[in-house]
Design a protein around this ligand. Structure first.
Ligand code: SF4
Ligand code: SF4
Length: 410
């Protein structure tokens, strides 16, 4: 698509990057058919092609309005459109640029500004853990809408104490240790059983996604740099990978190289970090090989919900089902709309609850058809969002593997 950048964007890195992405779009609209917000709202401007057109207009000098901002806000950043696009349009990076420009030009009402500030500062704050603990104490007294955001207190079990020559770093995450601490300890136990030591850098924090996607790109990048500083000594001492058990964090850390490419101090380190980052499921072939003989019992029917950040953001598909299947689990993915977002999408479910809950219920309807005893996924956000709409347990797949390796924990 030919774009005539307005003078204010012509010689900027963002303008040039956006122009290069826009050039690839042939406006065919294939992406529109698979976009969740287009499916719900049926408005061209709530689909990728329409949003791309809106961003092109802004880059060409048109003044964005609250309506432009609303259509961009409603995007889940699920990147389903990237999987569908035959021309390789890098929608995710384009919408990052478009949102940043629109945010600078369109003021938000005070209430909206406050909610967004509270989310980006609250979720990434060291006080989130104590606040979650307090919430869990009074969970029984909470109204249903709030209770859905506060998972019941979870026992994390023990952290393995053995050391191994092979070590990987793991990002604990900002909300995961407080909300579902068993995911991290289950990861460490399973890796330990396979002869791999899990190391958590005490100074690493949020991956940066929360702030970045709430249009505080500078705040997000500061968190990325802090993580790089926290991880670098371990990388120099020979850890072999940085393992992510939340695909939402994984997709962000795999993109550090891109996010910090213009930072002369951090660009090379960020690129190295991205190279070393792996979703936990990418270790599964090796785990299957090493753990097969130790897995003696299997859970019954399992339904797997592949997060968008895994299947579209990281383009990792089929691995969890295949490899858990090799260990004897009966894992099924719904054949109906498996590509569609569950509506969690980071802070989206708080900022756009109506659309988020429609998508959640649509997803749960499809998953329920599988009549599984447990639903598993690969991202804390999807897990807690789906759990808020069903009595069927929703867990991380690593927790199932942990349970069959260490049945005494059941
Ligand atoms: S499918 Fe790709 S090329 Fe076609 S309109 Fe969508 S983004 Fe553009
Ligand atoms: S990222 Fe998802 S919600 Fe946004 S335009 Fe693409 S498919 Fe639609």
């Amino acid at each position: 698509m030919q774009t005539n950048l307005a003078p204010e964007f012509k010689n900027t890195a963002d303008g040039q990057a956006a122009e290069a992405i826009l050039r690839k779009c042939v406006h065919c609209g294939f992406c529109t058919a698979t976009c969740p917000t287009y499916q719900l709202l049926g408005d061209e401007l709530d689909g990728p092609r329409g949003r791309i057109y809106l961003m092109k207009q802004v880059l060409e000098g048109e003044t964005p309005t609250r309506k432009t901002q609303l259509h961009l806000d409603r995007c889940l950043t699920c990147r389903n459109c990237e999987s569908t696009c035959p021309s390789g349009v890098d929608y995710g990076h384009l919408v990052d640029i478009g949102r940043k420009i629109v945010e600078a030009k369109v003021p938000r009402p005070a209430g909206e500004r406050f909610v967004r500030w509270a989310l980006k500062e609250g979720l990434t704050s060291p006080l989130f853990g104590p606040a979650m603990k307090m919430g869990q104490l009074v969970r029984g007294l909470m109204p249903a809408s709030l209770k859905a955001k506060v998972p019941a207190k979870q026992d994390a079990g023990t952290w393995p104490t053995r050391t191994h020559a092979r070590r990987v770093l793991m990002l604990a995450g900002c909300v995961q240790p407080a909300m579902m601490p068993n995911i991290n300890s289950a990861t460490a136990r399973v890796l330990d059983a396979a002869g791999i030591q899990t190391v958590v850098a005490a100074k690493a924090g949020c991956c940066g996604a929360v702030k970045f996607h709430l249009n505080d790109q500078d705040g997000g990048k500061a968190e990325m740099r802090a993580n790089i500083d926290a991880w670098w000594p371990y990388i120099e001492s020979g850890v072999e990978a940085i393992v992510m058990n939340a695909s939402g964090c994984g997709v962000t850390v795999k993109d550090y190289g891109h996010s910090l490419k213009d930072d002369p101090t951090y660009a090379a380190k960020a690129a190295r970090i991205s190279e070393l980052t792996k979703d936990l499921s990418e270790l599964l072939p090796e785990l299957v090989e090493k753990l097969r003989s130790q897995v003696v019992t299997q859970a019954g029917q399992v339904a797997f919900h592949p997060p968008c950040t895994l299947q579209h953001g990281q383009q990792l598909r089929g691995g969890v089902e295949k490899h858990l299947g090799e260990l004897g689990f009966q894992v099924n993915v719904s054949r109906v709309e498996p590509h569609l977002c569950c509506g969690s999408a980071g802070t989206y479910s708080v900022l756009n609850p109506e659309l988020a809950y429609q998508l959640r219920d649509r997803k749960l309807g499809n998953l329920n058809e599988l009549q599984a005893e447990v639903i598993v996924s690969a991202n804390i956000g999807c897990i807690t969002h789906l759990q808020s709409g069903t009595d069927t347990p929703v867990r991380h797949w690593i927790e199932l593997l942990d349970e069959v390796l260490f049945p005494a924990r059941r």
